[in-house]
Write a protein that binds this ligand. Structure first.
Ligand code: UD1
Length: 343
């Protein structure tokens, strides 16, 4: 019988792509999502893409009884935990909410897993746990030091997992530290759909390309990089999704961190150029001041995941941007409707 995987936050951007990969590889999936930053339309699109019914349960994971009900109702054998709040600026303004939701949800899920004798846990962590890195590319053994409450919730959940694994040898936990996920499923049916003003570069550039916004603001061109703009290790969301499968397949006793990135970087200007090329549109931009808290360069050393998970991210920037553009062009307003007051 197929293994049933609980995917929390499975209606979201990375979650929905991971659910597609899981179903394509023969897993049964139960999605738990509160739909606070995601759409049931993403789940409908996943069902259409895979030709399989997908179970979506609306759950508030901060309510322990709701988590218990979930485990009582479905034969869950492993958990991929994406659910959480993820906006850096918002986390600075509302730290308690971030600690409560992100830590509370993770603890309820872990506690309930143990009660039901489920020990396989894959966690959606982030390269943000490294803060301003001391070494490039960044290996998993590098010092951690997140610079905002959102990043600290990721590191705290990692700490909880390391403590749990030390306390009980049955746990098998993979902490996946994502670099910069971008792109979309090649069908253009699912993709990133940020609410309001996109904080991240690629969704913003896509909204300029599709005509929703006038120009990109480039946050600083005086960094110590080849063209002066920030360099990031962008990773195609489909490669990232496949990284979760590789992690599930290769979990071993204990708790281990894995960088999921390509190991090579692109600058802000390179992302803008790639988008102009893929879309055939001009992408106006202006150089503005640096964004507070930004670093010059972030690059993964993905060799641990390459060897231990037998996984590699091989889709390049051109493919990432072409796929992101296909999604954006097909769905200029994401899963939502064009707002009445938009011009
Ligand atoms: C940001 C978060 C990080 C989070 C990650 C999720 C901050 C400080 N960091 O990382 O915690 O885990 O998203 O993917 O918010 N840029 C522009 N103009 C824009 C937007 C971004 O020039 O409108 C630049 C940035 O300065 C940076 C690069 O583009 O050099 C990438 O930015 P972004 O997509 O926000 O990712 P990170 O800053 O790496």
């Amino acid at each position: 019988m197929a293994r049933t995987i609980l995917v929390t936050g499975g209606a979201g951007y990375i979650g929905s792509h991971t659910v597609v990969s899981l179903i394509e590889h023969g897993f049964d999936v139960v999605i738990a999502d509160d739909l606070s930053n995601s759409s049931p339309k993403a789940v409908a699109a996943v069902a259409k893409l895979t030709g399989k019914e997908v179970t979506l349960v609306e759950v508030d994971l901060t309510e322990e009884f709701q988590v218990r009900k979930l485990f009582a109702n479905y034969p869950i054998e492993a958990v991929v935990h994406f659910a959480g709040l993820k906006a850096v600026g918002e986390s600075v303004e509302q730290p308690l909410r971030y600690y409560q939701v992100n830590l509370g949800s993770a603890m309820n899920v872990l506690k309930t897993m143990a009660r039901h004798d489920v020990w396989d846990f894959v966690f959606s962590s982030s390269a943000t746990v490294y803060g301003d890195p001391e070494v490039l590319p960044i290996p998993e053994g590098a010092a951690t030091g997140p610079t905002n409450p959102y990043g600290r919730t990721k590191l705290m959940i990692e700490d909880i997992c390391r403590d749990l694994a030390a306390s009980d040898k049955r746990w098998r936990i993979g902490l996946l530290r994502y670099f910069n996920p971008v792109g979309a499923h090649p069908s253009g049916e699912i993709g990133e759909d940020p609410q309001g003003h996109p904080n991240n570069l690629v969704p913003f550039v896509m909204q300029v390309a599709v005509g929703r916004r006038d120009k990109v603001q480039v946050f600083g061109d005086d960094y110590n990089t080849a063209d002066g703009t920030g360099v990031r290790d962008y990773i195609h969301v489909v490669d990232l999704a496949l990284g979760h499968l590789a992690a599930l397949d290769n979990l071993t006793a204990g708790c281990e961190e894995f960088n999921l990135g390509t190991g090579s970087g692109a600058s802000v200007l390179e992302v803008i150029q790639a988008t102009a090329k893929a879309s055939g549109k001009e992408i106006p931009y202006e150089i503005v001041a640096r964004r507070a808290g930004d670093i010059a360069t972030s690059l993964a050393d993905p060799s641990r995941a390459n060897s231990q998970l037998e996984w590699r991210a091989d889709r390049n920037l051109e493919v990432m941007i072409a796929d992101a553009w296909r999604w954006q062009e097909k769905n200029p307003y994401g899963f939502g409707e064009r707002p009445a007051d938009s011009n």
